[in-house]
Design a protein around this ligand. Structure first.
Ligand code: DC
Length: 388
């Protein structure tokens, strides 16, 4: 999901945007930083540099492994950025990079024209404003020098292409007299929510007893309340899906083998299962999963595809990372430990630990082959499993 935050200089979009992204587990991009980078390094082809992993634009700007965000914040660079931002070619270049990096990810992106021009289809659009005096003071505190904010505002607002203005469907927030925390809270409260379905009801009712029964401990978590995610858990027991569901505060769509439908029947549909025919490229399933991701849902895919009950992870199936490689969603590897060799006798003595590893975004694995991605994720999961 893309969350667009637009506004003028000093409207607090960077600080509030970063705070919102942290709170909901999204990544953050400041598009102004890209204009600033272009002002500093006019000869660099941004898209090439990003594809070669020489330029990293998330959270901070890293150029050839060095964090140059502080340098880019100089007012002189900001002023030059505002001038080159008038040029059509520069705008097209920056917009292409933003769209490329963000494709299939969960991002908060701030700028002047994110909701109007760059991502008109963004999941949510905010436009932050504040009184001019307040903005000038904030900006001066930030850069530690006097700034002529009015002049830059005029240029950013009045320019012909992509002027800084609120999209028609943007949520406008005046934060002149709000603390950063209040602005973040207000934005978080306005994010779209999933409809309440049967799985969510079950989580509500059965979540606490299941967590108690299996003594579930989340040893590493990641906020998954908003946006699209593919979870790839290891699979040691049929109960690990139950444990996962008991700690997720959201409905998820489980990709299950078509054979399961015969055993569980209608229960599978109630639990939002997407069934696949194993070992064949199942176009119908791919389409169904793609549609779910576009609707910003959580999809669970077991990369081992079947249960390996002794805790030694089986080979990862080709295809588990198809959606990541095709830039449709970020992957959160999930490691579950404590359900190995479960039997009736040992059922009540379990202590289950669950770790949600750091998300892997499409941009992180750009240029890698499916096998390399799969190996990389498996290594991360095995290491986490062994250290739990
Ligand atoms: O947000 P900032 O101050 O870092 O942005 C620097 C300049 O870049 C800003 O004055 C105008 C330009 N800019 C733009 O034209 N469109 C954007 N989406 C972001 C920034």
């Amino acid at each position: 999901m893309i969350i667009a935050i637009d506004g003028l200089a000093g409207s607090g979009k960077t600080t509030a945007g970063k705070g919102l992204a942290k709170a909901i587990g999204f990544r953050f991009i400041s598009s102004g930083q890209l204009y600033r980078f272009k002002a500093l390094e006019p000869d660099v082809d941004l898209l090439e540099a990003v594809k070669e992993h020489k330029l990293k634009i998330e959270w901070d700007i890293e150029w050839e492994g060095k964090d140059i965000s502080a340098e880019l914040q100089r007012e002189e660079i900001g002023s030059r950025a505002s001038e080159i931002a008038l040029l059509r070619d520069v705008r097209d270049e920056v917009n292409n990079v933003l769209r490329f990096v963000a494709e299939g990810g969960n991002y908060v992106i701030e700028g002047r024209d994110i909701g109007t021009v760059v991502f008109p289809e963004a999941g949510v659009k905010f436009f932050l404003t504040a009184e001019e005096g307040v903005r000038a003071r904030r900006r001066a505190e930030q850069v530690g020098e006097e700034v002529n904010i009015a002049e830059r505002d005029e240029r950013d607002k009045k320019r012909e292409i992509a002027p800084a203005k609120a999209a028609e469907d943007a949520i406008i927030i005046d934060n002149s007299y709000q603390s950063v925390e209040e602005t973040i809270k207000e934005m978080e409260g306005r994010l779209p929510k999933d409809e309440f379905d049967f799985q969510r009801f079950l989580q509500y009712v059965l979540g606490p007893p299941v967590r108690g029964l299996f003594r579930i401990e989340v040893v590493k978590s990641h906020p998954l309340k908003h946006g699209r995610w593919i979870l790839t858990p290891n699979h040691t027991s049929a109960w690990d899906g139950v444990c996962l569901a008991a700690v997720l505060q959201r409905s998820a769509y489980y990709v299950a083998k078509v054979e399961l439908r015969r055993i569980l029947g209608p229960l599978l549909s109630i639990l939002n299962a997407v069934t696949i025919v194993r070992d064949t490229p199942d176009l119908k399933a791919i389409k169904a999963i793609r549609a779910l991701l576009t609707k910003e849902k959580i999809v669970v895919i077991y990369p081992e595809s079947k249960i390996f009950t002794d805790g030694i992870m089986g080979p990862f199936k080709e295809g588990a990372f198809y959606f990541l490689r095709k830039r449709m969603a970020p992957v959160v590897p999930v490691v579950i430990k404590g359900l190995e060799r479960i039997t009736v006798n040992t059922f009540f003595t379990r202590h289950v630990r669950i770790a949600f590893l750091d998300p892997i975004y499409p941009i992180d694995v750009f240029g890698l082959r499916e096998n390399d991605i799969s190996d990389k994720v498996k290594r991360l999961m095995v290491n986490a499993y062994e250290s739990m």
